[in-house]
Design a protein around this ligand. Structure first.
Ligand code: ADP
Ligand code: MG
Length: 575
């Protein structure tokens, strides 16, 4: 005899089966040792979506279990317009919602992290993450602490978690009917406009833009939310530009290509401005205050970083004739000084493709920035390996490198700057003509040093050395956004200021373990999107190539092929 069910009856039956199967397993393993949770691994049909229990944690105190769900996009009810406007921003929105609702909607069940539903936590930046992917299906990857009492399975609690808490979180975060159209629309349209401005920068010969009314300072040194009652940014009139974006017209300061100085008294907001510019390589969420603080995406923050590892970097244009006789064309050290580390940071950024350097005097090696006349008198050129940045400006210009630099203690820089912005009680003023007048009136008595040409060579990371440096097992541990651990080897990323969130660090670590299959750090690999290289786990965020290469460069033990350049003779004339 053949039974013919209607579709809905059939579905109801499936659902019944699923509930039944899940409940049966939970009843069977209730009170047993934690390992029995492994029986849960597999796929469950929840009617509107499918749940995959991908990896079950080994014990209640281990990192939580990995799950994901798949929903047909059509079933979620979201207008596809959101995806069309800005896919990454829409995914980011869902990630934030899921994260928040899971945080509030899950409750502690049993011991350890039991009961918790956790999704990767987004920073203030909108970046691609593998926790939410929207295509014909929405895939959401997250983590769940399976409940236990001591080390025994808490079956009833698990049932509540999987049949009540989790469906609640999914329902609330991934179905359109619980959201406001306007809020999502604003999220994707802000990102659309931010991208638009970033694309327009080069056409307008600008390197950065900060909209009027932006809020630049952060709540605290450890909190990335906007500072309350901050003085909002206002462009100096002479530097104001307007962008006619797809969704609005925005006015603000346009920082031109070339050399820009930021000056001003202590505590007047200089570093805050430069930090906003540094993070302007990413888009920010509505309400952040930096939604329209937009920087060309090749900007790299440069700083001194004494103690860092350097292998075979040509720092010769900035530092030559080292006292120990070592060749700065292939400079290597386990313990760099302030100036050599900053010089290496500059050369590595250029080599990775950056043509926009951001430098804060607060975190710079003074001698690399400039030497004044008295010092030049006492320590003559023959005894000083450094050609300071101030004398290298003609070379940077020739290469098309722009620099935004805080230099409030060094008026000598007025001579080489194209634009000078003064921060005055958090208000930006254009003081370019004033600075130029002063430069005319008070002539520099410095001896200009001959700049050295910079020739960019690809450095090749040697496979074997990467493998060796990571150790045989390549066991990765990332516990904060600026530290990667491979076994005993630590990569210190504390000075890599443009990592926005820990998911990027996870991705960087994982990418490094995959590098040995390719040879060169300037491989194709570095211009493609990284996330597509990694099997999704729900923990990754898309890093920039600059930070990936920065991590590789700091991997102690990694060796790069000699970069003996073809320009040994490279003395060009003084500016
Ligand atoms: P500087 O680098 O010029 O010494 P900072 O940028 O470090 O100064 O800023 C000094 C302090 O002022 C910081 O605590 C910062 O958060 C705060 N700040 C910066 N910009 C603003 C602003 N626009 N409104 C209010 N406070 C600000
Ligand atoms: Mg400062």
């Amino acid at each position: 005899m053949v039974h013919i069910f209607s579709i809905s009856k059939y579905k109801a039956l499936l659902l019944y089966h699923f509930m039944h199967r899940l409940k049966t397993i939970l009843r069977k393993i209730d009170g047993r040792g934690y390992k029995a949770y492994k029986l849960l691994e597999g796929k469950y049909d929840y009617g509107n979506y499918a749940l995959f229990i991908d990896h079950v944690q080994g014990d209640p105190f281990a990192p939580p279990s990995r799950l994901y769900i798949e929903i047909d996009f059509e079933k979620t009810g979201f207008p596809s317009l959101f995806v069309k406007i800005h896919k990454t921003a829409f995914e980011d929105f869902l990630n934030r919602r899921f994260y928040e609702i899971a945080r509030k909607g899950s409750k502690k069940r049993g011991s350890g992290n039991g009961g918790m539903i956790i999704m990767q936590k987004p920073s203030q930046c909108i970046i691609r993450r593998d926790s939410i992917e929207v295509n014909e299906k929405i895939v959401a990857r997250f983590f769940v602490g399976l409940p236990a009492y001591g080390r025994k399975i808490a079956g009833k609690e698990a049932k509540e978690l999987l049949l009540h808490d989790l469906p609640y979180v999914i329902e609330r975060s991934l179905f359109f009917k619980h959201h406001s159209y306007e809020e999502i629309e604003e999220h994707v349209r802000v990102a659309e406009d931010a991208d638009f401005i970033r694309k327009q920068l080069s056409k307008n010969k600008l390197v950065a833009f900060i909209a009027n009314n932006s809020i630049l300072p952060r709540k605290s040194g450890v909190e990335d939310k906007p500072l309350k009652n901050a003085i909002r940014f206002k462009s100096p009139e002479s530097m104001e530009v307007e962008f006619d974006c797809p969704n609005r017209k925005i006015k603000g300061v346009g920082i031109p290509e070339g050399i820009t100085l930021i000056v001003g008294g202590a505590y007047h907001g200089k570093s805050t401005l430069l930090d906003a510019i540094a993070m302007g390589v990413y888009n920010h969420v509505p309400g952040d205050g930096r939604e329209f603080a937009i920087t060309r995406d090749d900007a790299v923050k440069i700083r001194a970083e004494d103690g860092r590892y350097i292998n075979n970097v040509c720092i010769y244009p900035l530092i030559s004739d080292l006292p120990d006789g070592s060749d700065s064309r292939n400079f290597s050290t386990d313990n760099a000084s302030g100036s050599t580390s900053q010089a290496a940071n500059i050369m590595e950024a250029l080599e990775t493709g950056s043509r926009l350097l951001l430098i804060d005097e607060d975190t710079s090696a003074t001698n690399l920035m400039m030497r004044d006349r008295k010092m030049q008198e006492l320590v003559p050129k023959e005894k000083e390996p450094i050609t300071p940045i101030i004398d290298m400006m003609s070379v940077f210009r020739k290469m098309g490198v722009s620099i935004i630099m805080i230099a409030s203690g060094m008026g000598e820089y007025f001579d080489v700057a194209d634009n000078v912005i003064m921060m005055d009680k958090y208000i930006a003023r254009d003081v370019t003509s004033k600075a130029k007048e002063i430069a005319e009136k008070i002539k520099s008595n410095r001896i200009k040093e001959a700049p050295r040409e910079i020739v960019i060579k690809d450095r090749i990371a040697l496979k074997e050395s990467i493998r060796k440096a990571m150790g045989a097992k390549k066991k990765i541990k990332v516990s904060e956004k600026n530290k990667i651990r491979f076994g005993k080897t630590i990569i210190d990323l504390v000075c890599i200021e443009q990592i926005a969130e820990i998911g990027q660090t996870y991705a960087i670590a994982e990418i490094l373990t995959r590098l040995p299959c390719k040879n060169c750090i300037k491989d194709e690999l570095l211009v493609q999107n990284f996330l597509s290289m990694l099997p999704p786990k729900g923990i990754y965020g898309e890093p920039r190539k600059y930070e990936v290469v920065a991590a590789l460069n700091r991997l102690r033990g990694v060796k790069f092929q000699n970069c003996m350049p073809a320009y040994v003779s490279a003395y060009s004339s003084a500016n």
